[in-house]
Design a protein around this ligand. Structure first.
Ligand code: TYD
Ligand code: MG
Length: 448
């Protein structure tokens, strides 16, 4: 009998190979490839077809979204509905990832409780006992309704519950602890995660039941087995925050039913998660404006304007390779801004370590935040604080020119509402409190 060829799979992306390699050729992860059994290899090959099928389905669904044909229902949490793009679509599969203890189970218990006031909901836990879930629900003030609990890790049984069509929403906490019989491998392994997720997603689609899966993230912040799950589900949400502070941010990493621009804001309190009612200034609540190296930018997330603080620290160094540490914004964008500051404004940043940080767990992904980043760095370098009532908006070009970002009036209005009397940027228009400059050098001189 011919010898079966051996097979190898990457623990991270799930791709399969005929040969072992130290670095995964698909995702680049080191030491993630291990040999898998012949049965696993057969499943992997089959799942790859399913994954491709699901991926080709994506473009179709996006088409149908523009025609607004996907029926949705409200989850009872407006911030979640906002991130989903206007409620949970019927038959949608949503993956929500986050670090342990961040509040995933709390969020989903609250959602399950809210939906169960009007529709039947199943909350399946593979991590806790039903009495633990009941205790949490009681602490959160969730009682009775049409909420049913089950403690199981059996993916086929859960698929059966989905296919029955008895529930509007099924929550599964968590995908990493499910097992599907007939599939080799440990729960949480590539074969099991893929087989369980594919089985549940298919059952959800077939019955029009909304499915929410909880996924744990690994230490480096990525969802375990991220890429293989991303292809299978419609929407990937990330629940973030500092578990020792109360602010929580919900972002869409992928959203087949809406944009990935909107974020949801919550506070974790004694009675669970509370939606942040007036989010505009939530990220700058703890700001100390007297310290040099801090600048506020009115940033647009979806349809809302949020004020965000950029901090910079600049330290002279003799090292031939000065450090560049960036958190909360794009490293390459910061490198470009530092280059413009060095070249056009003659800031000697080549002999300085530069640290740039966006406070409060906010992310700055828009070029319109460039001017605030540049101003924070210049302020740190000159050791002169940016005036407390000034915020900055504008995109920096390689020539040192400034361009206005989109939604300028929305930003200006929100900044003014939150007490910022001066708005620094390239325009448009000269209004009350507008410091209009179209060159970075002039804008920085005006501010400092
Ligand atoms: P949990 O939802 O269990 O997190 P995850 O499922 O993401 O692991 O939340 C755990 C934390 O939330 C825990 O440290 C306790 C805290 N918590 C509150 O502060 N208030 C509450 O009402 C609840 C239910 C939890
Ligand atoms: Mg949990």
């Amino acid at each position: 009998m011919a010898k079966r060829p051996s097979a190898f799979a990457c623990r991270d992306c799930g791709d399969t190979f005929l040969k072992w390699a130290g670095r995964c050729p698909s995702c680049g992860e080191m030491n993630s490839i291990a040999e898998i059994s012949a049965a696993d290899a057969a499943v992997a090959a089959k799942s790859a077809v399913q994954t491709r099928a699901a991926a080709s389905l994506a473009s179709e669904s996006l088409e149908s979204v523009t025609q607004a044909t996907v029926p949705r229902f409200a989850t009872g949490m407006a911030e979640l509905d906002r991130v989903l793009g206007g409620g949970l679509p019927v038959g949608a599969a949503v993956l929500i990832g986050g670090e342990p203890g961040i509040g995933k189970s709390t969020l989903l218990a609250q959602v399950a409780g809210a939906v169960a006031r009007t529709h039947p909901v199943l909350y399946a836990t593979a991590e806790e006992s039903t009495s633990q879930v009941r205790d949490r629900c009681h602490r959160l003030g969730i009682t009775g309704g049409a909420l049913r609990l089950v403690a199981t890790g059996d993916a086929l049984a859960l698929a059966g519950a989905l296919v029955s069509g008895d529930h509007k929403l099924v929550v599964v906490d968590s995908i990493q602890l499910l097992t599907r019989s007939g599939i080799d491998g440990e729960p949480g392994g590539v074969s099991q995660i893929r087989a369980c997720a594919a089985t549940l997603v298919e059952a959800a689609k077939r019955s029009g039941t909304a499915l929410v899966l909880v996924g744990h993230v690994t230490k480096d912040g990525s969802l375990a087995g991220p890429r293989l799950l991303e292809h299978l589900v419609d929407t990937v949400l990330s629940f973030e925050g500092d578990r020792y502070a109360d602010l929580r941010v919900l972002r869409a990493v992928k959203n087949r039913f809406g944009s990935t621009n909107e974020i949801g804001l919550f506070r974790m309190g004694g009675e669970g998660l509370v939606e942040v009612a007036d989010p505009g200034g939530v990220f700058i609540a703890d700001r100390d404006a007297s310290v040099p190296g801090s600048c506020i930018v009115p940033t647009v997330e979806g349809n809302r304007c949020l004020l965000v603080e950029v901090q910079a620290l600049v330290n002279s160094t003799d090292s031939p390779q000065p450090q560049r540490r960036v958190s909360g914004c794009d490293r390459d964008r910061v490198a470009m801004i530092l280059a413009v500051l060095s070249r056009r404004l003659r800031l000697p940043l080549g002999q300085a370590d530069v640290f740039v940080n966006v406070t409060g767990g906010a992310h700055l992904n828009e070029p319109a935040a460039d001017l605030a980043i540049a101003l924070a760095v210049a302020s740190a370098w000159r050791e002169v604080a940016v005036p407390a009532d000034l915020c900055a908006i504008g995109e920096v070009g390689l020539g040192g020119e400034l361009r206005p970002g989109p939604r300028y009036e929305l930003r200006a209005a929100e900044a003014r509402r939150l007490g910022f009397q001066r708005l620094l940027g390239p325009g448009p228009g000269a209004g009350r409190g507008r410091l209009v400059h179209t060159r970075l050098a002039d804008a920085i001189d005006a501010a400092l």
